[in-house]
Design a protein around this ligand. Structure first.
Ligand code: LAN
Length: 766
């Protein structure tokens, strides 16, 4: 029997305050505009249109709060609250409400266009100095967060329920009604099964047409039995899948000697932290008690009768279209052995010792990150682990109930989960550098914006290492910057580099306050100098700790290159450009090591250039992104188009991809397939990156660059902004992620560089 989800659940929420019906307004998937009404939710009850939301909250009541980098969305319930907390331009912008920002005088030059871009973007700066934005894309994050709420009896605010539902409706595949690994991907079992569960937990009736359609799609894909490993895990937690059908994640592996080349401390940090918490729960094999919703889901998610499923036979059942990285034979053998080990061979004392050890690491992760945790997968996992172990009233659970909110984002389509707890440091650094390229740092109209941005970076430099950092296998972090905020506390090589560059560049600008002293700049350099790999390159969070052969143990199925760190041209460039800038200001500090590091790093950049002149970008889409960085590394050692074969080949590659309209456009399939695949349309972000790359290389013919720049100008709106186009970012080769600020930052940078270097003939900064 199929019933309404919330009804059967004890503790969290007692029914839904609205009906899921739908509106017949006929607005498009992307384009519905927010409605206003006095109080609470505006509920429409008309016939269902597959692409329209069921009900809406009142968008004039949402506020983005930013407290020292921590950003959370709030729905104001009372008129007093509304009066006390007016809606700002940035709230409106992110919610898709008309901001009322004026049309600016038409730019008569490229520099003026860059100025207009900055005038617009400055209005989106938050009071604490940073630029928040949506960081969505992946479709497997929201389920973890919602399942964590469900399992831990944490109430989900009503406004969230409405808007998460709206988001999932807006982002369902327009034809088949399922969800993929990411917003632009094809429907998969992973995406569809888990987001279906989310809708049901939030109270959607299984007979709702959106649920029906998604379920049909799931069944066409073979049902939830074909979920990949991580999907099976979340389903097992809510008692909709048998633990015996999970490939093992034994906590005992954490008790192996550290010298073993496959010890988990050597894994890429995200993989490590996810499997750490998973191993704890796997060993507990604890699931949420069965209730009406769970009984119902058990019937809805599968194509066969739930009671008839022998889960132990389905450890390796994964839907064909979900697989990006198939199991290796070694992994299959290891899984067989570890299943026997876990079921029969592992001594009880060892199991309980391992569990304690893993739990200690989980607690350290919470404490080292002020309960933010590394990301939106291990945050909800740690939350559940702490709840299972310390109970609902513990301090740890109370803190998790707060930090989990940092991952939620509200936009015109509804509410979603961000890929991190924000993009604060990263995007703020790039904005500063764009202004520097435009040589507008001393313009009075941008002073306040820049000082605030500098204050933000100062506040978010990490000041202390983790206590007993070796015990939790943490990288040095004193002096580093994280991708998001200081509290999260994870060193990232290129975030440290971009943070340091931005601080130094601003602090050398006349009139800027000196907030970060010399010692702190040196601390940042010290961190970076611990991170070079033997191939000369730099990885993301840590130096490489094990070889790529460990990918044979990649059990996640849906992602590539997840097991270990790799050297990336992007991270490498960021670090060497920061070191070079630092060397200019502090010529005596660790000079020999810095010189040596830069030399080796540039050699790495050359070594990984492909024969066609391109570089594969691991974090942005894709070859245009990496091209922008790698050409900057080359320029650093004086290598340009006119004197370097590497630089020349880079230019030729990019020019061969320029589209008829003068722009560049790369499909996300470039990242997936590792070969350049054109997007059907040119994209402002790819165009800006390609133009910057050509300018880094001092490409002598300005005509192709000018065509790209012209395209940026044509697409700029009257108020100075650029509009969202295709998705810009990627991780682990298969999953895309949005960087919405890029369209307003790299465009400005490209315009500024062109104006200063090609039009005014000024020498470039490198
Ligand atoms: C990010 C975002 C930023 C990115 C850059 C700084 C751009 C990059 O140069 C280094 C790697 C880093 C920090 C990065 C690593 C992986 C992240 C954290 C993400 C792509 C954002 C989301 C992603 C994370 C792994 C998502 C959760 C998924 C799992 C597979 C655990």
């Amino acid at each position: 029997m199929i019933r309404n989800g919330i009804a059967g659940k004890s503790g969290s929420g007692s029914g839904v305050p609205w009906q899921f019906t739908g509106s017949s307004s006929g607005t498009s998937r992307e384009g519905f505009s927010p409605r206003c009404r006095n109080n609470k939710f505006l509920i429409t009850m008309t016939t269902v249109n597959k692409a329209t939301p069921s009900s809406k909250t009142d968008y004039t009541r949402w506020r983005l709060k930013s407290e020292r980098g921590r950003q959370t969305w709030h729905y104001l319930e009372t008129d007093e609250q509304l009066a006390a907390w007016p809606q700002t331009v940035y709230d409106k912008y992110h919610l898709g409400i008309d901001t009322g920002l004026p049309t600016l005088p038409e730019a008569t030059s490229n520099l003026e266009a860059a100025r207009n871009g900055l005038r617009f973007f400055s209005k989106l700066q938050l009071p604490d100095g940073q630029w928040a934005c949506e960081y969505g894309g992946p479709m497997f994050l929201l389920p973890g967060i919602i399942i964590a709420h469900y399992v831990t009896d944490t109430p989900i605010p009503d406004a969230w329920k409405v808007e998460i539902t709206n988001y999932l409706i807006a982002r369902a595949h327009p034809e088949d009604g399922g969800w993929g690994l990411h917003i632009e991907g094809e429907s998969s079992v992973f995406g569809t099964a888990l987001n279906y569960v989310v809708l049901r937990i939030l109270g959607m009736d299984p007979d709702h047409p959106v649920a029906q359609k998604a379920r049909n799609r799931l069944h066409q894909l073979g049902g939830a039995l074909g979920s990949p490993h991580w999907g099976k895990f979340w389903l097992a937690l809510i008692n909709c899948y048998g633990w015996e059908g999970m490939n093992p994640v034994p906590p005992e592996m954490w008790c192996l000697p550290n010298w073993l080349p496959f010890h988990p401390w050597r894994w890429w940090i995200h993989c490590r932290q996810v499997y750490l918490a998973m191993s704890y729960m796997y060993s507990l094999r604890r699931s949420h008690p069965v209730n009406d919703l769970i009984r119902s889901l058990r019937e809805e998610l599968y194509t066969q009768d739930y009671a008839s499923i022998q889960f132990s036979k389905h450890r390796n059942t994964v839907a064909k279209d979900d697989i990006y990285h198939p199991h290796s034979p070694i992994l299959d053998v290891a899984n067989e052995i570890l299943t026997v080990w876990g079921n029969w061979a592992c001594p009880k004392f060892l199991q309980s010792y391992a569990r304690k050890h893993v739990y200690d690491l989980i607690c350290r992760e919470d404490e080292n990150t002020e309960y933010c945790d590394l990301g939106p997968v291990n945050n909800p996992l740690n939350f559940i682990a702490r709840f299972f172990t310390e109970g609902p009233d513990s301090d740890a659970v109370a803190r998790h109930r707060e930090t989990i909110k940092d991952f939620m984002w509200m936009k015109h389509e509804g509410m979603l989960a961000n890929g991190t707890d924000g993009v604060q440091t990263w995007d703020t650094s790039f904005l500063i550098q764009a202004v520097v390229e435009c040589e507008l740092t001393t313009e009075p109209e941008f002073q306040d914006m820049l000082i605030n941005a500098l204050r933000f970076l100062e506040d978010h430099q990490i000041r202390e290492n983790c206590p007993e950092m070796d015990k939790c296998y943490r990288q040095q972090r004193k002096g580093a910057w994280a991708f998001s905020k200081r509290q999260q506390g994870y060193t990232v090589s290129d975030c440290t580099a971009e943070g340091l560059k931005s601080v130094m560049l601003l602090q050398k600008t006349p009139g800027m306050p000196q907030l970060v002293n010399d010692r702190r700049c040196m601390d940042a350099v010290d961190v970076m100098l611990t991170m070079q790999n033997s191939d000369g390159g730099f990885a993301s969070y840590e130096p490489i700790r094990a070889g790529p052969w460990l990918e044979h143990l990649n059990a996640a199925e849906v992602f590539g290159k997840i097991m270990v760190e790799y050297s990336y041209p992007e991270c490498t460039t960021a670090v060497v450009t920061a070191l070079a800038l630092f060397r200019g200001y502090y010529p005596d500090y660790r000079r020999r090591e810095i010189d040596e590091t830069i030399k080796k790093a540039v050699r790495f950049i050359k070594n990984v250039q492909r024969p066609d002149g391109s570089w594969y970008g691991a974090w942005g889409i894709c070859f245009t992104y990496a091209g922008m960085f790698a050409t900057e590394s080359l320029a650093l050692t004086g290598e340009h188009y006119n004197n370097s074969d590497n630089s020349r080949r880079a230019c030729e590659f990019l020019l061969s991809k320029q589209m008829e309209d003068g722009g560049w456009g790369e499909s996300y399939m470039s990242s997936v397939k590792e070969e350049y695949i054109h997007h059907k349309n040119s994209q402002v972000v790819n165009t800006a990156w390609a133009c910057i790359a050509l300018m880094n290389a001092r490409y002598p013919d300005r005509e192709p660059i000018e065509r790209g720049i012209r395209l940026l100008r044509e697409r700029q709106q009257g108020n100075g902004e650029w509009l969202q186009e295709a998705i810009e970012g990627v991780f682990n080769k298969s999953c895309m992620i949005s960087y919405p600020n890029y369209k307003n930052v790299f465009t400005v940078k490209a315009l500024g560089m062109f104006a200063r270097q090609y039009e005014e003939g000024k020498a470039p900064r490198h």
